[in-house]
Design a protein. Structure first.
Length: 241
């Protein structure tokens, strides 16, 4: 599909839909938004939209990198830890984790086959190709909620970035992940002393309390400053040793 002509004012152009899929969880869309200016189109920003809800884009990546770094930092000097990332998204979390040689394994659970395809043979491969080629990387096509409840593997870190936060889920089913039962299952996927890191578009004191009630310790929140509005955050909690 051809992109529209660049705007002479430098204003963002209307987004172009690159792919749209209907799957078991609804519609998922990949869009590209270009920036016009002086007769040229600047590198585009890719956006993922699920059921009409904006999920994430490639404009920054600080939040996704902090998600991984905060989890690694909470593990201190633990040797050769393994991380489970909930949600492939635009690939920033995966790419950042794979770029750190201290992780001995990087597993990503992604339920949307379209998103996996966009990374393996589509526009998002520019972000994730090196990470996908890394032998430490494993992509599991499946629902993270089911995986957390039913898997037997354990990890040193569990990084969740499948929603806009525990109070703003993409689908109703995802809400169960942040319930007492869901948090107990998250703890079971962690080794003793392992860390749970949850990205959110806004802070949630109620979620912090839920983490404590589920038995997690060292509960805290790290902020990611944004240009406008309430900061993004990463909620952190540790499974007792």
């Amino acid at each position: 599909m051809p992109f529209p002509a660049p705007s002479p004012t430098g204003e963002p152009l209307m987004p172009v839909t690159l792919d749209r899929r209907d799957g078991p969880y609804g519609e998922v869309v990949l869009r590209r938004r270009d920036q016009g200016g002086e007769g040229a189109v600047a590198p585009g920003i890719y956006e993922i939209i699920a059921n009409g809800c904006f999920l994430m884009d490639t404009s920054d990546g600080r939040s996704e990198r902090l998600l991984i770094d905060a989890a690694r930092g909470a593990l201190a000097d633990r040797p050769a830890p393994r991380v489970l990332i909930g949600g492939l998204g635009v690939g920033f979390s995966l790419a950042h984790a794979a770029a750190d040689p201290s992780w001995s394994g990087v597993t990503v659970v992604e339920r949307e086959q379209a998103i996996i395809d966009w990374h393996r043979a589509g526009p998002l491969s520019a972000i994730s190709a090196r990470a996908l080629a890394d032998p430490r990387t494993e992509i599991i096509a499946g629902d993270l909620v089911d995986y957390v409840h039913n898997a037997s593997d354990t990890y040193d870190a569990l990084c969740l970035d499948i929603d806009n936060g525990p109070d703003w889920t993409v689908t109703e089913d995802n809400a169960s992940l942040y319930s007492p039962d869901g948090l107990t299952s998250c703890a079971r996927r962690l080794t003793p002393g392992g860390v749970l890191a949850v990205w959110s578009a806004r802070p949630s004191a109620d979620f912090e309390e839920s983490l404590r009630n589920a038995g997690f310790t060292r509960v805290r929140t790290e902020e990611i400053r944004v240009a406008r509005g309430v900061p993004d955050v990463v909620h952190l909690a540790v499974r007792p040793a």
